[in-house]
Write a protein that binds this ligand. Structure first.
Ligand SMILES: [Zn+2]
Length: 99
């Protein structure tokens, strides 16, 4: 994706999953809903991509925060949709300032 992305071994992992694809899987990842190849691809991407590591940290904190407030109750769908939109907006803003 980016010219400054590390060359060599990491390229293979980077090629498997774009940042956009990786970010889309964060919620499934945090829910431990990923397994097998998608999980491996995401973890490989996270190892190679600091950007996505940062974003995952952010998503994880938000996830913990939301779960802490709601206890064990599952998120109502509209709340979850709103949080996803806010994360997407935050991520769009973050990448705009970088590129
Ligand atoms: Zn990435």
């Amino acid at each position: 994706m980016r010219p400054e992305a590390r060359a060599g071994e990491d390229m293979e992992a980077m090629n498997r999953l774009s940042c956009e694809q990786a970010v889309r899987q964060f919620f499934a990842y945090l829910d431990r809903a990923l397994s097998g190849e998608p999980l491996e691809a995401l973890e490989a991407h996270l190892e190679a991509c600091l950007d996505c590591c940062d974003k995952l940290q952010f998503s994880r904190q938000l996830d913990v925060f939301v779960r802490g407030r709601l206890g064990e109750a599952p998120l109502p769908e509209d709340v979850e949709a709103r949080i996803r939109r806010e994360i997407a907006a935050a991520q769009a803003g973050a990448s705009e300032s970088k590129e």
